[in-house]
Design a binder for this molecule. Structure first.
Ligand code: GAR
Length: 226
């Protein structure tokens, strides 16, 4: 990413669009997290491919501009849908995209165009449990910890360079919904934190993995079951 500075030498905030399809709880966490004056990014746009996405109202109430590009009329014309999105993204001078429960497959061309500038959150500890029903997959595998991953988007689904992960225990008796709710709490913590790192320029991708210059490795251990 190129550095953008004002004539006073201050770093300009990265302009972020959040793409949603549903309730937008990660969107809300990003909006809240980015409120601080020292946050290196500002959320300037929430874009939904579903006109009835609950997150749209939530974004408006938070004072964020919203746009809807209904993907339904485009049918299988993914390139046409993405061209419409790209026009809106360009019009808003977007530097970075955060996918927040955006349930629409993107073409390789769109992903390549936003290479290194598009983040996603997935509710598992990638590379485990990619794709659909990650919590069901985790429960069936009997893992004792799960979590969430913020990663750069690459053409292969849920496989891009990992920026940050957060871990929660998996408890006996968990259902997919119970585990999803526990993982969601950690999603809301790591997505703003990961965006902060990326927008501040602290993350570089080397050989398909993220190297992060400004953080230290913590020594927290989570053992489950206790
Ligand atoms: C989140 O749990 C997110 O990790 C997941 O969809 C949910 C959206 O919730 N994303 C994926 O599964 C992507 N593969 P939200 O609309 O409340 O942020």
């Amino acid at each position: 990413m190129t550095d953008i500075s004002t004539s006073h030498g201050e770093r300009m905030k990265r302009r972020v669009a959040i793409l949603i399809s549903g309730r937008g709880s990660n969107m809300a966490a990003l909006i809240e997290g980015a409120r601080g004056t020292d946050f290196p990014a500002e959320i300037v746009l929430v874009l939904s491919n579903k006109p009835d996405a609950a997150g749209l109202d939530r974004a408006r109430r938070a004072g964020i501009a919203t746009e809807t590009i209904d993907s339904k009329p485009f049918g299988k014309d993914r390139a046409g849908f993405e061209a419409a999105m790209q026009t809106v993204l360009d019009a808003n001078g977007i530097d970075l995209i955060c996918l927040g429960g955006f349930m629409r497959l993107l073409t390789n061309a769109f992903v390549d165009r936003w290479s290194g500038r598009m983040l996603n959150i997935h509710p598992s500890l990638l590379p485990s449990f990619r794709g659909l029903d990650p919590h069901g997959q985790a429960l069936r595998a009997g893992v004792k910890v799960s979590g969430a991953t913020v990663h750069f988007v690459t053409p292969e689904m849920d496989a891009g360079p990992i920026v940050m992960q957060g871990v929660v225990p998996v408890c006996d008796g968990d259902t997919p919904d119970v585990l999803a709710a526990r993982v969601l709490t950690v999603e809301h913590r790591i997505y703003p934190a990961a965006l902060r790192l990326v927008a501040s320029g602290a993350v570089r991708i080397e050989g398909g993995v993220c190297r992060i210059t400004t953080t230290t490795c913590g020594d927290d251990t989570l053992i489950a079951p206790r």
